[in-house]
Write a protein of this length. Structure first.
Length: 259
């Protein structure tokens, strides 16, 4: 439950009174000190941020970004997803992030954490993930329309409408697991479904370049339409057949006669 003092007695501060270098959040106008992160907290925070930010559906993600859904509220989740910020966006971010991630470790003020989760959900946040840094790897998932649920290291997390891909719980804690997810996400951002597809595409491009080099080496003129048909083919068996044909055709367009 939110502290009754904050709920019923507004404090004197508004989000506009705080600068970016002030180490405070606001709850109903009351300041809440945010301590610097130690080693236990800092490294997983960076790991999780890379996983979230690289997801193909994410336009913008930030660490300790300040969100102000109301004048007396300023909340800065460890990791948050928001709409694209724009090139000249400055100041606090209006509203609430659809996804917020908090890392809770040694010395965590549990009452303050509950208040923060409640305020974010009330302001419109759809998912709050709390990654527990003490004890077994686990993440608490809070939603406005469902009871809190705990996911363990072997589980995956989903945030429909916010993230495209599921996130293994381990990837929010373990650097190597995070790197695997980041690689997959970045490949998808470039149009590849997986690393295997990159390898396959490399083989296809090698066959295409071999066909073009053979045709040109024989002194044949490769028309633009022929090159386009070659480059849009993704079937390696077809490309191998065309490579064999490139040895004997008299005109480049004869490559496709057998198809």
């Amino acid at each position: 439950m939110i502290d009754p003092l904050r709920r019923h007695t507004p404090g004197p501060f508004r989000a506009e009174h705080l600068r970016e270098d002030d180490r405070y959040e606001l709850s109903n106008g009351h300041p809440i000190y945010c301590a610097p992160a130690g080693r236990e907290h800092a490294a997983p925070n960076l790991t999780g941020a890379a996983v979230i930010d690289s997801d193909p559906a994410v336009e913008w993600a930030g660490v300790d970004a300040g969100f102000t859904p109301a004048p007396g509220i300023l909340r800065a989740p460890d990791i948050a997803v928001a709409a694209s910020s724009g090139e000249d966006a400055t100041g606090w971010i209006s509203g609430a992030p659809p996804l917020a991630v908090e890392y809770a470790g040694r010395g965590q003020d549990e009452r303050e954490l509950r208040d923060k989760i409640a305020e974010l959900l009330a302001a419109g946040t759809r998912f709050v993930w709390v990654a527990r840094l003490r004890g077994p790897q686990r993440v608490e998932v809070h939603r406005p329309d469902a009871p809190m649920k705990i996911y363990t290291a072997s589980d995956v997390l989903e945030a429909p409408g916010v993230l495209r891909n599921p996130v293994p719980v381990r990837a929010l804690f373990d650097r190597d697991a995070a790197h695997e997810v980041v690689l997959q996400n970045l490949l998808q951002r470039r149009g590849y479904a997986s690393l295997n597809e990159v390898r396959e595409k490399g083989r296809e491009e090698g066959l295409i370049e071999a066909i073009l080099a053979l045709l040109q080496g024989r002194g044949l003129t490769v028309e633009t339409t022929v090159e386009m048909q070659l480059r849009t083919c993704h079937d390696r068996e077809t490309l191998r057949r065309w490579l064999l044909s490139a040895v004997r055709v008299e005109r480049t367009e004869q490559l496709f006669d057998a198809d």
